[in-house]
Design a protein around this ligand. Structure first.
Ligand SMILES: NC(=O)c1ccc[n+]([C@@H]2O[C@H](COP(=O)([O-])OP(=O)(O)OC[C@H]3O[C@@H](n4cnc5c(N)ncnc54)[C@H](O)[C@@H]3O)[C@@H](O)[C@H]2O)c1
Length: 419
């Protein structure tokens, strides 16, 4: 694999996940120096990646971002170069700068999209139509129709299109997925995921306006549940309920339609047995208490005919107490930021890193002609084709909230539709 041509990558979005830089300075979350940029800088050091570029909306942010990356990555880890080409240029504001940045790439190059949820579809479509491989963060898109269109476009242009569902690479989740298959028909699944209220400041530009907390956080565990159920059962009906009042009050003052906590209640029908139907409850909140010791609280429960599975991803049996800040639960299995014994970045085994590296490897092997993009669908990876039902459930949940009714998910031939 390492003899394959190196990959040129454009990062879309310059925010928390890409750089760790937010409107209020360095992120206070568990991603102070981001994930995408750091991983790609390290993959460049290791010889898998070549040219790196980054596109946002406001070019004037780049000096502060470069300084932040230099001080917290280049000066901290040995032999790591944090340079990249930025779009739009300094002094310019341009929400369509992604087109200029993408136009500079050649077919076979790659685009990694971490921008607000409602911009994913336009950017991914523009990139795929130019023969570029795409890794788009969750939620892939907000509408089922858009998701199905990206599936077709990726197949037509023979490019890799993955959704960055990094939890599929958490060894515990991957192990639980396989063990779930041995427990018979699913009966009940519930997932809880939350982040502290302070995130409403980080995401002020879009929270409640352009996306909701279900799209933002429940997308993680809906995807895990869909992955566990793939080929075994299908979702048929979604009813949503929302709690409100915190995000729209002081000091957050989010737009009036912002929900605090969203719950989706979903019926699943077994494909092997008409008798077996299961219920799933997916809840997500961005108004959880501060100082709980974790950035993202997250656990799920799976009950089946012959057993049950419990996963608490936030508490890994590892906590640190600091006089100034109290108790914190770290998760180096996701991103390990502490350096290696030689002083290099040492997080190559974290699933946040692995998820991006798998995409880089897939794109390079397709470019080298070793595999075809379609091969990855059969491997059960989070390809755009393998994640249709995740978007179907999220979109149905939004419709259910807006129209105050149950929404049905149906298969018509090869297509999925909402009714
Ligand atoms: N922060 C996380 O922990 C995390 C984790 C997983 C996935 N995500 C996903 O990442 C996406 C948001 O990224 P973030 O968390 O870094 O948020 P953020 O708000 O910190 O950053 C968003 C970035 O997108 C840029 N942007 C907005 N419109 C754009 C456009 N038209 N073209 C190019 N760039 C544009 C903004 O300038 C900003 O740099 C969301 O879809 C979210 O679901 C975030």
């Amino acid at each position: 694999m390492s003899s394959d041509k190196k990959l040129n990558v454009l990062m879309c979005g310059t925010g928390e996940y890409t750089t760790g830089w937010t409107p209020s300075g360095a992120s206070k979350s568990d991603k102070k120096i981001g994930v995408v940029g750091l991983t790609l800088f390290d993959l460049r050091r290791l010889g898998k990646v070549e040219k790196l570029s980054m596109v946002g909306v406001n070019g004037s942010k780049f000096p502060a971002i470069r300084e932040h990356l230099n001080a917290n990555i280049a000066q901290v880890y040995k032999d790591i170069d944090t340079s990249f080409e930025g779009f739009p240029e300094e002094g310019k504001v341009d929400p369509e700068a992604y087109k200029t940045a993408i136009d500079k790439l050649s077919a076979g190059d790659a685009v990694i999209i971490f921008t607000p949820d409602n911009t994913h579809y336009d950017i991914a479509k523009y990139a795929i139509e130019r023969g570029l491989h795409v890794l788009v963060t969750k939620p892939a898109v907000q509408f089922l129709k858009h998701h199905l269109e990206l599936v077709q476009l990726a197949a037509k242009h023979k490019v890799v299109c993955f959704v960055e569902h990094h939890k599929r690479f958490d060894p515990v989740y991957g192990d639980a997925k396989v063990r779930a298959q041995t427990l018979g028909e699913c009966n009940f699944f519930s997932a809880w995921m939350s982040q502290p209220k302070s995130q409403l400041e980080t995401f002020r530009a879009w929270a409640g306006k352009d996306s909701d907390i279900s799209y933002y956080l429940s997308s993680h565990h809906i995807d895990i549940h869909c992955w566990i159920m793939q080929g075994r059962a299908v979702p048929t009906r979604v009813v949503a309920s929302a709690a409100t009042g915190i995000a729209t009050g002081e000091p957050y003052n989010c737009v009036p339609q912002t929900e605090d906590t969203i719950t989706l209640l979903v019926d699943w029908q077994s494909l092997a047995s008409s008798r077996h139907r299961s219920t799933a409850v997916y809840t997500a909140s961005w108004t959880a208490p501060m100082n709980s010791g974790v950035h993202s609280a997250q656990h799920w429960y799976y009950m089946a005919e012959k057993g049950e599975i419990n996963v608490d991803q936030a508490h890994r049996g590892y906590d640190i107490v600091n006089d100034a800040t109290g108790k914190s639960y770290y998760n180096p299995f996701y991103m390990k930021y502490t350096p290696s014994e030689s002083g290099h970045f040492d997080g190559q085994r974290g699933y946040g890193y692995v998820s991006i590296e798998k995409f880089v490897d897939a794109a390079r092997s397709v470019n080298a002609g070793t595999t075809t993009a379609a091969d990855f669908d059969a491997h059960g990876l989070p390809t755009i084709a393998n994640t249709v039902l995740t978007t179907a459930i999220l979109h149905a949940g939004r419709l259910s909230l807006d129209e105050k009714r149950p929404v049905y998910i149906k298969q018509q031939g090869d297509e999925w539709v909402l009714e």
